[in-house]
Structure formats: structure tokens, C-alpha cells
Design a protein around this ligand. Structure first.
Ligand code: ADP
Length: 166
């Protein structure tokens, strides 16, 4: 068995920043489990199934990437899978504080648990899924920030909502 890591997140939706992290992560790990958090968050734009499908299509059947979903505690999911390493991205200083808390909390919950942080490429350090949702909601152009299948998904979901508002 090679080196495995879980890359968890909301991925609502997948962005080019996430994809860049997956590519970088695959230089360090043999396999990544991209795990979509299914938290009962009413503000999510896409369902966990839609989010998983975006990732599957965007990684184009790469055999080193598995797409899964989890709910509840990440450490519990990781334990169940027998994987004790997570991959997380760092964008700006603003990510650091939250990630620092999260990594320490996870280690408190499971002493075996470790987090590996990779910095995003300079093209995507400003991209967040939340920003993509907000810009797309108001009809802004996000075509350079998300893969083509996500762009189509955003148009399907938000284009309809925009038309209904008119
Ligand atoms: P977000 O809404 O911030 O994009 P996610 O929960 O989907 O949130 O993010 C999952 C992980 O991916 C986090 O570790 C986050 O820091 C990282 N990430 C998200 N976007 C980027 C990016 N543009 N560059 C590097 N890492 C990123």
C-alpha cells in the first residue's frame, strides 16, 4: 500500500484552487481520498452528490483519486478508513489561524492524526468556493476559476434562479 491522505472540504463547488491542490498533493501522496463534507448546512448551493460528481468528472477518472463523502467528525471518518493524514490548503494568513486550530483539535481527538499543508499556486491563492458562489450568483464571470463542468453546473443552478428573479 502506498502513501494515502484524505483531502477533506466542502467543495461547494470544486474550484481550480482545489484542483491545483489535488495535483500538488499527488506529488507527495500516492493516493488521495477527496472527501466531501456532508454537513447539514442549509446554505450549501450544491448537494453532496452534485459536488462529488463535479470532482469525479474534473479529475477525469484519475486512478489515484478516490471521491467519497463523510458526515460527522473527520477523525472518525479517517479512523474508519485507516488513514491518519489529511491534506489541507493554505491560501493567505487568514487561513492559518483556522487551520492551526483545526489541526490541533484533530490531533487532540486522535493523537495519530497529522495534517499536511500545501500552498496554492499564485494563480489561485485568492480563489475560494464561497467567493465563486457569490460572484456567480450575481452573474459575474468565473470561467477562469472553476473547471468547465462546474461552470455548466453553476449556470444550470443559478441561471435558472436569476431568470426566476427577473
Ligand atoms: P473553500 O470554500 O474555502 O474553498 P473548502 O472547505 O472546500 O473551502 O476547502 C477545502 C480545503 O481546500 C481547505 O484546506 C482550503 O484551505 C483548501 N483550498 C480551497 N481553495 C483553495 C485554493 N484556492 N488554494 C489552496 N487551497 C485551497
Amino acid at each position: 500500500m502506498g502513501r494515502l491522505a484524505i483531502y477533506p472540504g466542502s467543495f461547494d463547488p470544486l474550484t481550480n484552487g482545489h484542483l491545483s491542490l489535488i495535483q500538488r498533493g499527488l506529488k507527495i501522496f500516492d493516493e488521495l481520498v477527496v472527501a466531501v463534507a456532508n454537513n447539514p448546512d442549509k446554505t450549501a448551493l450544491f448537494t453532496p452528490d452534485e459536488r462529488m460528481e463535479f470532482i469525479r468528472v474534473a479529475v477525469n477518472g484519475n486512478p489515484h483519486v478516490e471521491v467519497d463523502t463523510f458526515d460527522g467528525l473527520l477523525v472518525e471518518y479517517a479512523n474508519k478508513r485507516g488513514i491518519h493524514t489529511v491534506l489541507r490548503g493554505l491560501r493567505a494568513v487568514s487561513d492559518f489561524e483556522y487551520e492551526f486550530q483545526l489541526a490541533n483539535m484533530n490531533r487532540k481527538l486522535d493523537p495519530q492524526f497529522d495534517s499536511v499543508f500545501v500552498m496554492t499556486g499564485e494563480d489561485y491563492y485568492f480563489v475560494s468556493a464561497r467567493l465563486v458562489r457569490e460572484v456567480a450568483r450575481f452573474g459575474g464571470d468565473v470561467s477562469s476559476l472553476v473547471p468547465a463542468n462546474v461552470l455548466a453546473g453553476l449556470e444550470r443552478k443559478l441561471g435558472r434562479a436569476r431568470k426566476a428573479r427577473k
